[in-house]
Design a protein around this ligand. Structure first.
Ligand code: NDP
Ligand code: GDR
Length: 323
C-alpha cells in the first residue's frame, strides 16, 4: 500500500510538532505549511527530532493559491488546520489579522480541499474559547457558544465553516473543540508556560517575581501530546463530526501556579505580583469540559494529570535554563 500523506497547517506550533511526530510514527508522509518569517520557527520540530523528516511547503493561511499548491504537491488525504493567531490576549490588539488568519484562513483551507481533493479528511482546530461566557457548569457539544474575544469570534467562523462544508459539500470535516492543552513546547505568552518559565528562573536566581493578571480564572488543562491523538482519531472515523476534548477537571490559575512553585520548594506568595496590565477586556471565567462523546466514540481519554503536566514543564524549563 502506498504511504498516506497528511498536510498540517501550523506545523511549527506546539500541536503541529506533536501531531507531526505522531503521524510520522504511524508511517505517514507529513507535509507542513511554512509561513514566511524573519526568525527561525523550526525549534519545536527539532526539539521532537522530526525537523528533518517533515516536508515543508511555503505558504500562508491568508493566501488561497499557496494552499491549493500545498494540496496539489502533498497529495494529502488528511488535512489538519492547526494554523492560527492563537493568543487570545493579542486578538484585542490585532482583531482583523486574527479574523483573517484564524477565521478566513479556515475557509481558505476548506476551499483548497474542495478544489483539489474533496475526498480528503479535514480537521479543524476549534476551541473551548467558543463557549466563552459561562452558560453551563460543564461544557459539551450541545452547550451554546458565546465567544468573549476576537479570537473566539474568529474561531466561531472557522467552526461553522467546517460544519457547513460537511453539510453543503459532504466533506469529511471534523471540528475538535479542544480545551487548553500545554507542554514544554507551549509558547511563552500562555499562562502555564509563563508560570513554569518564571518559577524555573526564580529557582535559579535569575529573577525574583512573576506578574500575572486574573488568577481566579479556571481552566481545564491537559497535555498536548495526548490531545493530538484525539485529532487523528477524528479523521479515522467513518464520517466527520464535532467532539469536545478535555480532561473533565478544572483548576484556577492560582492553584496551577501553586503546583509549579511547590514543585521546586518555593512559596508562591513570596514572588507573585498581580498586575492589571494582564487582565483582559472580557474574561472566560470557567472552562470545564465533558469529554464523554470523545470517550464513547473515539475511545479517547486524557492520560496526563495537571500535576504531572506542570512538573514536566517546570523540569524542562530548569533544564533549558541550565543550558
Ligand atoms: P501555536 O500558537 O503554538 O501555533 C500556531 C501555528 O499557526 C504556528 O505554526 C504559526 O506559524 C501558524 N500560523 C500563524 N499565522 C499563520 C499564517 N498566517 N499562515 C500560516 N500559518 C500561520 O498554537 P497551538 O499549537 O497551541 O494550537 C494549534 C491550534 O489549536 C491553533 O489553531 C489554536 O488556536 C488551536 N487551539 C489550541 C489550544 C491550546 O490550548 N493549545 C486549544 C484549542 C484550540 P509560526 O510559527 O510561523 O508563527
Ligand atoms: P487561554 O490561555 O486564553 O485560555 O487560551 P492563556 O494561557 O493565555 O490564559 C489562561 C487564563 O489565564 C489568565 N491569566 C493570564 N494569561 C496569560 N496569558 N498571561 C498572564 O499573565 C495571565 N494572568 C492570568 C487569562 O486571563 C486566562 O483566563 C488558550 C489558547 O491556547 C487558545 O488558542 C485556545 O483556544 C484556548 O487556550 C483553549
Amino acid at each position: 500500500m502506498s504511504q498516506k500523506a497528511a498536510l498540517i497547517t501550523g506545523i511549527t506550533g506546539q500541536d503541529g510538532a506533536y501531531l507531526s511526530k505522531l503521524l510520522l510514527e504511524k508511517g505517514y508522509r507529513v507535509f507542513g505549511l511554512l509561513a514566511r518569517r524573519s526568525t527561525d520557527t523550526l525549534w519545536r520540530l527539532r526539539e521532537l527530532g522530526v525537523a528533518q523528516e517533515v516536508e515543508l511547503l511555503d505558504g500562508d493561511l491568508t493566501d488561497l493559491s499557496s494552499l491549493v499548491r500545498a494540496m496539489e504537491t502533498s497529495r494529502a488525504v488528511e488535512v489538519y488546520n492547526l494554523g492560527a493567531q492563537s493568543f487570545v490576549g493579542s486578538s484585542w490588539s490585532q482583531p482583523i489579522l486574527t479574523a483573517q488568519v484564524t477565521g478566513v484562513g479556515a475557509f481558505n483551507v476548506l476551499e483548497a480541499v474542495r478544489i483539489v481533493n474533496p475526498d480528503a479528511h479535514f480537521y479543524q482546530a476549534s476551541t473551548s474559547e467558543m463557549f466563552g461566557l459561562v452558560q453551563a457548569d460543564r461544557q459539551d457539544e450541545t452547550t451554546p457558544f458565546y465567544p468573549r474575544s476576537p479570537y473566539g469570534v474568529a474561531k466561531m467562523m472557522a467552526h461553522w465553516a467546517t460544519v457547513n462544508y460537511r453539510e453543503s459539500f459532504k466533506l469529511h470535516a471534523s471540528s475538535g473543540i479542544l480545551f487548553n492543552h500545554e507542554s514544554p513546547l507551549r509558547g511563552i505568552d500562555f499562562v502555564t508556560r509563563k508560570v513554569t518559565d518564571a518559577v524555573a528562573r526564580i529557582k535559579l536566581g535569575q529573577s525574583n517575581e512573576l506578574r500575572l493578571g486574573n488568577i481566579d480564572a479556571k481552566r481545564d488543562w491537559g497535555f498536548a501530546g495526548d490531545y493530538v491523538e484525539a485529532m487523528w482519531l477524528m479523521t479515522q472515523q467513518p464520517a466527520g463530526d464535532d467532539y469536545v476534548v478535555a480532561t473533565g477537571t478544572t483548576t484556577t490559575v492560582r492553584d496551577m501556579c501553586r503546583i509549579a512553585f511547590n514543585h521546586v520548594g518555593l512559596t508562591m506568595e513570596d514572588h507573585l505580583v498581580i498586575d492589571p496590565k494582564f487582565f483582559r477586556p472580557a474574561e472566560v471565567d470557567l472552562l470545564l469540559g465533558n469529554p464523554a462523546k470523545a470517550k464513547a466514540k473515539l475511545g479517547w481519554v486524557a492520560k496526563t494529570t495537571l500535576e504531572e503536566l506542570i512538573t514536566m514543564m517546570v523540569d524542562a524549563d530548569l533544564r533549558r535554563l541550565r543550558g
